[in-house]
Write a protein that binds this ligand. Sequence first.
Ligand SMILES: Cc1cc2nc3c(=O)[nH]c(=O)nc-3n(C[C@H](O)[C@H](O)[C@H](O)COP(=O)(O)O)c2cc1C
Ligand SMILES: C=C(O[C@@H]1CC(C(=O)O)=C[C@@H](OP(=O)(O)O)[C@H]1O)C(=O)O
Length: 388
Amino acid sequence: MRYMTAGESHGKQLTTIIEGVPSHLPVSNDQINESLIRRQGGYGRGRRMQIEKDLVEITAGIRHGYTLGSPISLIINNDDFKHWRNIMGEAPLEEGAEVKRTISRPRPGHADLNGAMKYGHRDMRNVLERSSARETAARVAAGAVAKILLKELGISVIGYVKEIGGIKAEELIDMPFSERVKTSEASPVRTLDQRVEKDMMDAIDQAKKEGDSIGGVAEVYVEGMPPGVGSYVHYDRKLDSRIAGSVVSINAFKGVEFGIGFDAARKRGSEVHDEIDWSEDRGFYRRTNRLGGFEGGMTTGMPIVVKGVMKPIPTLYKPLESVDIETKETFAASIERSDSCAVPAASVVMEHIVAFELAKALTEQFPADHFPRMKAAVDAYREEVRCF
Ligand SMILES: Cc1cc2nc3c(=O)[nH]c(=O)nc-3n(C[C@H](O)[C@H](O)[C@H](O)COP(=O)(O)O)c2cc1C
Ligand SMILES: C=C(O[C@@H]1CC(C(=O)O)=C[C@@H](OP(=O)(O)O)[C@H]1O)C(=O)O
């Protein structure tokens, strides 16, 4: 399975094309829309989210509610496009006319300056339109299809917030999956720890009041992955490394941890590794899950626990200084609108990005042309490893 996306933030629409989804998988607009709506929510978002109502249109690859095995094409409209029609250049420029409102002031923390140098753009709108996190809507659509495949195989994935602006949610290792879903959905900041929810909201409000922004940590929790998915035999088949790469590909994500993560650097081996045990009904399992579900680039069969670190939003009402590429003069950027914290929304993005990597790995490991055949193979493998 692989996917590509196209679309500018204020352009007409976003497009996602997913290739390699098995045939005969039931997929509905409603399931994808549920994911898109979840991504738009969360405390700390700016005015743009009041304009957009992300809904998917399926234009290829699905008939009568089932996948065909051919590429799936998904479209999401940008409702804001109607305000940007002229600036986005729907029609070619007339002879001698100039593009209106060109951007010559690169924003610190964004792709603007490096992207302009790389692609030779003097108007940095040509960079920022595509580097915007608006694109994560298209990625969530791909992840929503992956989540459907995983669910049919008995694998559940949920993302939530662990930390915002230094306020940490408690580790709730024993919280059941369904509780994680319910609690995070009911929380305005999508945390599992209701006691810190208000403090997180206050921290967002405070940052916003001061014209600043804050980041945090999102966590994705996965139950039901069979052991041995991924591989140790070659670097680019290690599933933890693929997940790490895809998490850092989310806009503003700067780091990844599995299980106890960076704490492992400060502990002894006996406090880090998970002892192996066996029982008649479970087969082999680990007594603890400090390594977060991976050993040797493969799943252990224990829950996958992965964290992603998101930097504070770079566009600030309290402007940072930069240099105009035309005048070479220093300026302090003033802005019209921005999110002040997008960690709650990004936790939903991360959930879908991890889901896609898991579904992709499973389609590589099991026959994946026809979903019922794939499911039979996964079920048979589960039984084989349970009796190992
Ligand atoms: C869901 C989400 C929403 C975001 N919203 C904003 C925003 O409103 N303003 C902003 O400056 N950056 C926002 N960002 C972050 C920028 O897109 C990102 O920092 C920028 O493209 C530079 O990429 P990098 O931080 O990965 O280097 C958002 C990121 C995500 C995941
Ligand atoms: C549009 C989305 O996020 C956007 C991501 C973003 C950025 O710079 O990354 C900047 C903001 O857009 P605008 O400049 O139009 O206000 C966010 O709203 C979205 O998540 O759908």
